[in-house]
Each structure stands twice: as structure tokens, then as C-alpha cells.
Design a protein around this ligand. Structure first.
Ligand code: PMP
Length: 768
């Protein structure tokens, strides 16, 4: 019976055995057939002897109260680790000759002690600041490997309660009186209180398994370079939370660094890096590392003090560990626990900032040129989940605005694809990698084979920039044609094709615009307008190279182009010697609910298709799809290189998005929900004089707001509606030249119930 008071294992309170070195040498010979002299080495609760001889070994003689089943588990755990990770230098048990056992009985003073023989591995016990960064990082990696190797290991003795295992930290409380120094006692007491408040409640949710639990310098030896040469003792192995192993490593890695908190936490983070090379931590595990380390420090102070009665000189017991413990707890107390968590890397973004403080900080950090946050009271979002965005206070917002996460915010397939690939490899298109090729092939296939070549870049702007360069190179023209109030991107060349951004409306000399149909105001002269644009460009000495069109005309106010008109626009552009660029950054990936690409819904054949926004569901990735012949004429030497274009992580995201769109039948779904939403919207519009027109293309809906009974835009009212919806937990935007069109453009997995909720809120807001 190994359990003592309150279930705590008695091996820590029973005195260690007292065999002599001569006795040990004779056991080694008699029980294990190992010849050699014996030298006792330090051990906490057992006795251990180094047997110097032909085959150097360690003879361990257990405490009389030790449960033999535990010793079997110790042997099996060590063997399991080596079986699964043979390169780990684990000291293995030796069998008792002629048996299949790893232990043999010895007797003293009427008690039985189990003798075991372990391989003696080289190395020294080294701690703390003498270990290099590489050494502590590797130590962290080693701990993760040991944990990984033990993942599926089980033994009936794994539940033993060892005070060194931090899961039992609160059991140290009854022993606090044994600490003689009042400061140390107060520090331990406060750290245990903290543990109870923050660790105990989450403990049952942590990943758990059988672990070594004590991978500190007493059980891990290193060579002079700090490389681990021996993992020597599975005697504390228990079922515990996986992250517990990290605490033991941190105890060793930070020893000697505790008087310099910067250095202390730097070392901690490096150890965690090493650990996460093999086993990434879960957020909650990362958050409690400081408390776990503190709990180990508490044990380092309490356990020796409480055992002092067993020894002649209590202060000789682990004095260094005790003073390290006091210094660490003192430093943590001075810094405050939140700061400890932050420095351990355990604080998630979104914690600890007010919206106003963040807004001021943002203005200071990024200046006025970057787009200001939307809304009078900016949103501080910390999480996404499908159609929902969640702010720092936990409030959920229905996202009817963001078109990037087509398959929903934080779609698990996409997230995992990114994470998996990021862990494995991220390079560039100078090396062969299948994923980019698969994405390219799949994208070409979506065009029905009409466009057979894909080039990867990183943003919609870059895709358009590349497309524009190709059209210029191929046609020899220099003029560009775009719609009245289009947006196509931020590069200098594309900004010129972006009337929405023209300062003071000044139009670049080489660009002309055409006005899209405006049914509300009875304008249908788009074709004539295009002809005029072409003519003016030619006259200005800029024969057109390309016309570029966002197939749903988002910035122009979301307009449902008539296919016959679209076909004629393309024909006249081609007749003028220019190429047609379908900018699918907004309209692609199923937005129209009718086809993968907006141009397909219009039935036209573009020369170049440009992709962006939804392509990685939020991960930056973009591309063009075009004809091989155009790319050959653009870059005969094949020297178009974009550092990040086509990188394996971006491609993993892009591939996952394509898969999910297929698997979840996103395109058809967008069509159905779009129709449902617009039906509801038209009902509301019929009773709302300030709604001039509802326009829709799939799940892109534009609602034009006007002064009642007129066609006069009302931008102020539009803004009020957007703000009103925001305060009711629904996000939409505005668009159009006069900023008087509500822009509703949700993730494509938006459901009918979300449409209902949006309309309910809109009705309330409009009523005001
Ligand atoms: N084209 C269109 C139609 C867009 O809406 C945008 C972005 N709003 C872009 C191109 C530019 O994409 P990015 O911001 O990724 O550069």
C-alpha cells in the first residue's frame, strides 16, 4: 500500500533505504550479474549506486513503501518512449537474468526493497544560465518528444499522487507551516491561491496523459555542449496535464536567470518554442504556464521543508532549488500575474484594451493615411465564427458585410490547411510544390478550359497590376477603360484605373470611364459611353490596352448588368484592339450565386481573370487566370517572380477554399439565399419611401437610399442606417459614388435565418 495520508504517496515521507556500497555491489553481482564497485549517488526517496565495472550501470534500491507495480510502470514507460522515438537517449532497465522481471527483492531490517538495474548513460546535470539558448530549446523539444511517445501509454499505477506533480499543488497547503521563512511561506501561499483561482477550474479541460512529469536537471543529463545525453528516471511518471512537463523544463532552463526578469522570460519563450516544434500548445495550456512553473517552485520550497524531519541537516536538502523558488515567486509577485502570462506569451490579442485606448494607439501607430476604423464607435473584434464576428466583450455581430471569408470566418478546413502547411514548409515558386499546381489546374478548370494558365500574386491589386502589364505588353496600347466609380486597387498603375480614388476627380490622361446603366435615373447609354471613351483615348494618343470590369460593379453601387449589354461591351473593346480584364476580386468564388465567376453569369469571354479577396478566405493570396499565349508574349524569358506569390501556405489556403466551395455547394447556396434575402428586401422597400431601388446579384445586394419621393441620394441617412444596424449587432457597409447605397455582401454560407435577422433589424432601424 503506497498511499499515505489523504492519498499522497508515502514514498516522500518514508525514509530512504540505508544499504551500504558493499551491499549494493553484491546485489549488482548476485541479482543482475554485474561486476563492479558501487558508489552511492544522490537520490530523493530511494537509494542509487553507480556500479563501475565492465558495463557501467545504476543500481536503484527502492524505498520500502514503494509499490512494485509503480516500478514496473517506470520500466514500461521508459521502454515505450524508446520504442516510439528510438533516438531519445532514455536510460533503459535491465532484465533480471533468467526472468522476465525488471526488479528483484532485497531485504533489510525486515523490509523488502526492490533492486533494479538501469543503463548508465553519459552526461552531467547542468541547469540554467550555463545552458545555451540552443540547449534549452532542445530541452523543450525533448520534453515534447517524450510526451508524444507516451501519448497512448497507460498503466494502472499512473494515478499515484506525487507532490512534485503540479496537478497536486493544492495538497501542499497543509504543509505550509513547515516553511520556516515567513516571506517564503507568504509567497507560496499566494501562488497556491492563484493556482486555485486560475488553474484548478480549467484543469479538467486540459489535454492529459501519462507523462514523465519531472524532466528537470535531476533527471536529464547533457554533454558539454548542452545536448541531452540521458533521460534517466521515469519514477515520477503519472497521469497529468500534458503541459506539466514544460514546467519542469522551465524550472531548469530559468535557474540562475530569475534575478533578471527579461532574461528569465526570454529563456521561457525559447523553451516553449522548442516544445512547440513538436507539440503546439493549446491557448489554455499556454496561458497557465506561469502558474504551473510557480507551482513547481512551491513544491521546491515545501517538499524539502516538510521532509526535513527525516534528515539530520534539513537545510542541506535542495537549498538551491529552494532559493530559486523564492526568487521566482518574488519576481512573479512583483510583476503581477497578468504580466507573467503576457511575458510567457499566453495572452491572446483582444485582452486588456478599451476601444478608445486602442483607437488612440492605432492612430498613433499607423497614422491617418490608412483607412480609419469603420463606425463612430470602432469595433474591436477578437474572433470570427462562420457568419459571426465577436468583439472583445463577447458581443456577437452578424457579418453581412465581409466578402473575403466566402466560406465563413475561421472555416476549420481552411484554418487547419494553413496551420498544417505553415508547420511543414513555406517557400516560393522557385521550387516545385504540388499544391500550387493543383490550385492552378483547378482554377483553369473552372473556366471550362478557355483560360489555361494561372499566375500567383498576393492581393487583388497585384493581380490587376499584373493583368494590366500583360495587356499593355500584348496590345502595345497604353489606354485603360474602367467604369465610372470603379475600385481596382492600390498600385500606382491600378490606382489610375480606380476612379473611386481619384483625388478631386482628376482623371489620368490615359484612362477613360464609361457609365453603367442606372435604372433608377433612367440612364441606359453605356454602349455609347464606351464608344466615346475608346474614341477619346485614341485621340489622346493612348490606344486602349484593356477594359477592366468588376462583374458586379460593387463600387458603382452593385449593378446587375444585362448579358447582352456585357457581350456588346466586350465586343467593342476587342474591336478597338484592347483586351478584357474580368476583375473577379469581388464577384468571384460564387458571389453571384449563378457561377464560380461573375463573368460567366454574364456569358462573356474575358482575356484575363483576376482573383483576390476570397481566394484564401482571409489569407492573402491572389492570382490571374489567362491564356498561355498572352503570358508568353508578356514574359518571354519567364522571369515574373513574386516572393510570396504561390507560396505553399497561401496555396494550402486557396486549395482548401476551392474544396469547401465544392463540398458545401456554396455557389448554389449563395444563389438561393441571395434570392430569399432580396425577396425580403423588396418587401421592406415597398413600404419604405427612402429606399429608391434594390439591386442584387446573388449575395451582393445594393439598396439605394434617397430623399423620399426623389432620386436624390441621401448619404447621411445611409450612414445612419449602417450605424443603427451596427448598434443592433449587424454589420453592413455603404457603396456607390454618392455613398448612398447599402452594401450587403455577407459570407456566402449566410443562411435564411441570418437574412431574417438582418431584415428584422433593418426594419427596426428604418422605422426610426
Ligand atoms: N478589385 C476589386 C473589385 C476590389 O474590390 C478590390 C478591393 N476592394 C481590389 C481589386 C483590390 O484588392 P486588394 O485590396 O486585395 O489589393
Amino acid at each position: 500500500m503506497a498511499d499515505g495520508e489523504a492519498g499522497i504517496d508515502r514514498v516522500l515521507t518514508a525514509p530512504p533505504p540505508t544499504f551500504t556500497e558493499d551491499e549494493a555491489a553484491s546485489f549488482a553481482r548476485a541479482l543482475f550479474g554485474v561486476e563492479g564497485t558501487a558508489h552511492e549517488v544522490a537520490s530523493e526517496r530511494d537509494q542509487a549506486f553507480r556500479i563501475e565495472g565492465d558495463r557501467p550501470a545504476i543500481l536503484k534500491i527502492s524505498n520500502a513503501v514503494e509499490d512494485p507495480a509503480r516500478l514496473d510502470m517506470e520500466a514500461l514507460a521508459a521502454q515505450r518512449v524508446v520504442q516510439l522515438d528510438p533516438d531519445l537517449p532514455v536510460a533503459l532497465p535491465r532484465q533480471v537474468p533468467g526472468t522476465d522481471a525488471y526488479r528483484a527483492p532485497t531485504h533489510k531490517d525486515g523490509a523488502t526493497h526492490w533492486a533494479r538495474m538501469y543503463d548508465l548513460l553519459p552526461g552531467r546535470s547542468v541547469t540554467g544560465s550555463t545552458l545555451s539558448d540552443a540547449a534549452i530549446r532542445d530541452w523543450g523539444t525533448m520534453a515534447a518528444r517524450v510526451g508524444r511517445a507516451l501519448r497512448g501509454f497507460w498503466h494502472p499505477s499512473a494515478g499515484r499522487v506525487m507532490l512534485w506533480d503540479v496537478q497536486h499543488a493544492l495538497r501542499l497547503r497543509p504543509l505550509l507551516d513547515s516553511i520556516r521563512d515567513p516571506e517564503a511561506r507568504a509567497l507560496v501561499s499566494a501562488a497556491l491561491d492563484r493556482f486555485e483561482r486560475t488553474v484548478t477550474p480549467v484543469w479538467p479541460s486540459l489535454r492529459a496523459q501519462v507523462l514523465h512529469t519531472d524532466l528537470c536537471a535531476s533527471n536529464v543529463l547533457v554533454d558539454p555542449a548542452g545536448k541531452v545525453t540521458a533521460i534517466i528516471d521515469f519514477g515520477d511518471a503519472s497521469w497529468s496535464a500534458l503541459v506539466v512537463d514544460l514546467a519542469a523544463v522551465l524550472e531548469t532552463a530559468t535557474d540562475g536567470r530569475q534575478r533578471d526578469s527579461d532574461e528569465f522570460f526570454r529563456a521561457c519563450r525559447i523553451v516553449v518554442d522548442g516544445y512547440e516544434k513538436v507539440t503546439p500548445l493549446e491557448p489554455m495550456e499556454r496561458r497557465i504556464i506561469g502558474e504551473l512553473l510557480a507551482a513547481r517552485m512551491c513544491a521546491a520550497i515545501v517538499v524539502p521543508s516538510s521532509r526535513a524531519g527525516l534528515y539530520a541537516d534539513p537545510d542541506s536538502l535542495m537549498p538551491f532549488l529552494r532559493s530559486q523558488g523564492v526568487e521566482v515567486l518574488r519576481m512573479f509577485t512583483e510583476l503581477g500575474w497578468d504580466e507573467v502570462t503576457r511575458r510567457m506569451g499566453g495572452r491572446e490579442p483582444g485582452e486588456g484594451w478599451s476601444v478608445s485606448a486602442l483607437a488612440a494607439r492605432r492612430y498613433h501607430a499607423v497614422g491617418p493615411a490608412m483607412t480609419p476604423p469603420t463606425y463612430r464607435e470602432p469595433l474591436h473584434l477578437v474572433r470570427g465564427d462562420g457568419v459571426w464576428l465577436i468583439d472583445a466583450d463577447g458581443r456577437r455581430y452578424l457579418d453581412a458585410y465581409n466578402n473575403v471569408p466566402v466560406v465563413g470566418h475561421e472555416h476549420p478546413r481552411v484554418v487547419e490547411a494553413i496551420v498544417r502547411q505553415a508547420r511543414r514548409l513555406n517557400t516560393n515558386m522557385r521550387y516545385l510544390h504540388e499544391t500550387a499546381l493543383e490550385v492552378a489546374e483547378r482554377l483553369s478548370a473552372t473556366t471550362g478550359g478557355a483560360l489555361d494558365t494561372v499566375m500567383f500574386v498576393n492581393s487583388g491589386s497585384e493581380a490587376n497590376d499584373l493583368a494590366w502589364r500583360i495587356t499593355r505588353a500584348v496590345t502595345g496600347g497604353s489606354g485603360g477603360i474602367t467604369t465610372d466609380f470603379a475600385y481596382h486597387g492600390i498600385t500606382e498603375a491600378i490606382n489610375a484605373l480606380t476612379p473611386e480614388e481619384w483625388q478631386g476627380g482628376s482623371q489620368p490622361e490615359h484612362v477613360r470611364t464609361w457609365r453603367p446603366p442606372d435604372t433608377l435615373r433612367g440612364f441606359d447609354g453605356s454602349l455609347d459611353d464606351l464608344d466615346r471613351a475608346i474614341r477619346e483615348l485614341v485621340e489622346a494618343g493612348h490606344p486602349p490596352a484593356a477594359a477592366i470590369l468588376d462583374s458586379v460593379l460593387t463600387s458603382d453601387g452593385i449593378i446587375d448588368l444585362d448579358p447582352a449589354l456585357a457581350a456588346e461591351l466586350v465586343r467593342r473593346t476587342h474591336d478597338a484592339g484592347a483586351l478584357w480584364i474580368a476583375d473577379e476580386v469581388q464577384s468571384g468564388y460564387g458571389r453571384t450565386g449563378a457561377a464560380m465567376w461573375g463573368y460567366q453569369r454574364l456569358g462573356i469571354e474575358p482575356d484575363i481573370v483576376t482573383l483576390g479577396k476570397p481566394m484564401g478566405n482571409g489569407h492573402p493570396v491572389a492570382a490571374i487566370i489567362t491564356r498561355r499565349e498572352l503570358t508568353e508574349r508578356f514574359s518571354p524569358t519567364g522571369e515574373f517572380f513574386s516572393t510570396f506569390g504561390g507560396n505553399p501556405v497561401a496555396m494550402a489556403a486557396a486549395l482548401a477554399v476551392l474544396e469547401v466551395i465544392d463540398d458545401e455547394r456554396i455557389v448554389a447556396h449563395a444563389g438561393e439565399v441571395g434570392e430569399y434575402l432580396v425577396g425580403l428586401m423588396r418587401e421592406v422597400a415597398a413600404q419604405t419611401p427612402i429606399i429608391g431601388e434594390v439591386r442584387t446579384v446573388g449575395l451582393a445586394v445594393g439598396v439605394e437610399i434617397v430623399k423620399p419621393g426623389t432620386t436624390e441620394p441621401d448619404a447621411a441617412m445611409t450612414k445612419e442606417i449602417v450605424e443603427g444596424l451596427r448598434s443592433r449587432g449587424v454589420l453592413i457597409g455603404t457603396t456607390g459614388r454618392h455613398s448612398n447605397t447599402l452594401k450587403i455582401r455577407p459570407p456566402l454560407m449566410f443562411q435564411r435565418e441570418h437574412a431574417d435577422q438582418l431584415l428584422e433589424c433593418l426594419t427596426v432601424v428604418l422605422a426610426r
